[in-house]
Design a protein. Structure first.
Length: 281
């Protein structure tokens, strides 16, 4: 999920998130959609989103906009990446054609003038997006103003691992400047180091003609795809990180209370936060 255009980031270094998500749509099925719905309900602590307004910032594949709409929310989706916008529109075409309760457009979370046109929402959702803007803290600031009083902000931000995060940042930048064959080699190399990838290797050794399909058929948390998430992780640049306490303090000063937190326990990946905006702020 990519989104926003900080002038400090060379376009050559940006990962093309939309291309990855367009491939993900080929493996999207009902099971994955149901998993996405389940994850939203669990993190937000709800049974449905009836009568709720839902803003999906950096909609990517469009899966969670779709999940929110199926749960009853009125949804607005936007993304900086034009192919991601196209992916989200494709899901609307498949599942909610001509629906007036789901709007989709290109947009930039760093564009204050654009954000002022959006209004405020019961739920503002931005999963794995704001750390890819090239200006993460500004993006975190900007999204706060979009939450209604008493509303919820659901975000995920890459965990700060210190030196390990700096190494990942260098690798991601190198990946995006590499040729396609080298990119594939990098992804496979990273995959080999994961326990999940061992299953792919075993299938490959049995001369399965579609070695990666068996891996991708394994459903991940949130209904995502192991393979497409790996590509997103390795290529995802710009890349910024934050410690949980930094994000907590940042939003506490802006009138938000933490209602749910899932951390990586010091590992790589995203910490997930659900904040509630104080009624008095």
């Amino acid at each position: 999920m990519m989104f926003m255009a900080s002038s400090r980031v060379n376009e050559r270094d940006r990962f093309e998130f939309g291309k990855n998500w367009s491939r993900f749509l080929k493996v999207l099925d009902e099971d994955r959609i149901c998993e996405a719905e389940k994850s939203l309900k669990q993190m937000l602590g709800v049974d449905d989103l009836n009568s709720q307004s839902f803003l999906d910032i950096g909609s990517g594949s469009g899966l969670f906009s779709l999940a929110a709409r199926r749960l009853g929310a009125k949804v607005h989706s936007f993304d900086y990446d034009r192919l991601s916008v196209a992916c989200t529109r494709e899901l609307k075409r498949r599942y909610f054609p001509d629906d007036t309760q789901w709007t989709i457009e290109p947009g930039d979370v760093l564009d204050i003038a654009y954000l002022k046109t959006l209004g405020k929402y019961d739920v503002v959702y931005s999963w794995g997006v704001l750390h890819h803007t090239g200006a993460m803290w500004q993006a975190l600031e900007n999204v706060a103003a979009l939450v209604l009083k008493g509303g919820k902000l659901f975000i995920s931000i890459y965990n700060d691992q210190g030196n390990a995060s700096r190494r990942w940042r260098a690798l991601k930048k190198f990946y995006n400047r590499s040729s396609k064959p080298l990119r594939l080699m990098i992804i496979l190399g990273i995959g080999v180091m994961s326990q999940t990838y061992a299953a792919v290797v075993r299938v490959y050794q049995r001369q399965n003609p579609l070695p990666f399909k068996a891996w991708d058929d394994r459903k991940k948390n949130r209904g995502m795809s192991v393979w497409h998430d790996l590509v997103d992780w390795v290529g995802g640049y710009p890349f910024e990180v934050a410690k949980p306490e930094e994000v907590f303090e940042f939003y506490k000063k802006r009138g938000f209370n933490l209602s749910k937190l899932n951390t990586r326990g010091g590992g790589s990946g995203c910490n997930q936060y659900v904040f509630m905006r104080e009624l008095a702020r």
